[in-house]
Design a protein. Structure first.
Length: 88
């Protein structure tokens, strides 16, 4: 999974207002309804990534947990307990 900051194209120290604004712009750009049928599947994939990234980075508690896991090198979407077991 790609880095959530990369997906939203924001710096890791971006304030919540910037994350909200960038998400709205990208959601309009990548929404499947604005793409022709042949590009709809890719747009849906991009929107899914965008929504996951926004969900994690817009909530302060989830963002703190994501940042902690990111520093430890744990991929996004992997529970900390799962990663700890794999490390042993």
């Amino acid at each position: 999974m790609r880095d959530y900051y990369e997906i939203l194209m924001v710096h890791e120290k971006a304030i919540p207002e910037v994350i909200d604004r960038v998400y709205r712009v990208l959601a309009r750009r990548y929404h499947p309804d604005v793409h022709p049928p042949e590009e709809k599947r890719e747009a849906e994939r991009l929107m899914t990534e965008l929504n996951l990234a926004y969900q994690a980075l817009s909530d302060p508690a989830q963002r703190a947990e994501y940042d902690r896991q990111r520093r430890m090198g744990i991929p996004a979407g992997v529970a900390a307990t799962d990663a700890t077991v794999e490390m042993l």
